[in-house]
Design a protein. Structure first.
Length: 208
């Protein structure tokens, strides 16, 4: 599943049809989505304007039917390890998120290993810079998470090559800003990626 921003009528139609998922963030405000949409709630930490108070207020207005809500993480795309501060945020915020009825995703950042992913997370979100998220450690995290029955998601997927790489690693879903620029041109292209993936599933996608 590819999760995108519901920025045009055509994109929203694709979400209604189940061809795309919807990603919502604090920057979108408190928007209500149809109950049958497949929605994930990101945390907005990629923005340097993130604040705990704004995020928490927004989160508590989101539907508990979301596939998962992403626990706040520490983003550093320079390659500097940020797993430990991300883990600190997990221990701070995940209990509250679970208490309020959300399935919660932990973001695997540089420095994470399969053994340091919190066992109580419901999903694993592969973050970090490109080199790390497509590397051996991230692939091992994906395999371990799948073996534990967790949903695995990769962020910042904006090309067919990255889309296919995420599938080959074993990710269940991805998100990106591919449709943000030129949605009229890029939506048909993206839907072709999704259609092709569904017509030619990976072995792990058809094996119980």
């Amino acid at each position: 599943m590819y999760y995108a921003n519901p920025s045009t009528e055509a994109i929203r139609d694709a979400m209604t049809a189940g061809d795309l998922g919807c990603i919502t963030t604090p920057a979108q405000g408190n928007v209500t989505f149809p109950d049958d949409w497949d929605v994930i709630a990101d945390n907005g930490c990629f923005s340097d304007r993130w604040t705990e108070r704004r995020w928490e207020s927004w989160l508590l207005d989101q539907s508990r039917s979301a596939r998962f809500a992403v626990c706040p993480d520490v983003v550093d795309l320079t390659g500097t390890p940020s797993h430990e501060p991300t883990l600190e945020r997990w221990h701070r915020y995940a209990p509250m998120m679970h208490r309020h009825g959300f399935a919660v995703a932990f973001v695997a950042q540089v420095g994470a290993t399969p053994d340091t992913i919190p066992p109580d997370c419901d999903a694993v979100f592969i973050g970090g810079p490109t080199e790390w998220k497509l590397g051996d450690t991230a692939a091992a995290i994906v395999r371990s998470a799948r073996a534990a029955g967790k949903w695995v998601h990769m962020g910042r997927v904006n090309s067919r090559r990255r889309f296919d790489a995420a599938r080959q690693m074993g990710c269940d879903s991805v998100d990106g800003t591919f449709l943000t620029f030129g949605p009229d041109v890029n939506l048909p292209r993206l839907l072709r990626w999704v259609t092709s993936a569904r017509r030619s599933p990976m072995l792990w996608e058809v094996t119980p």
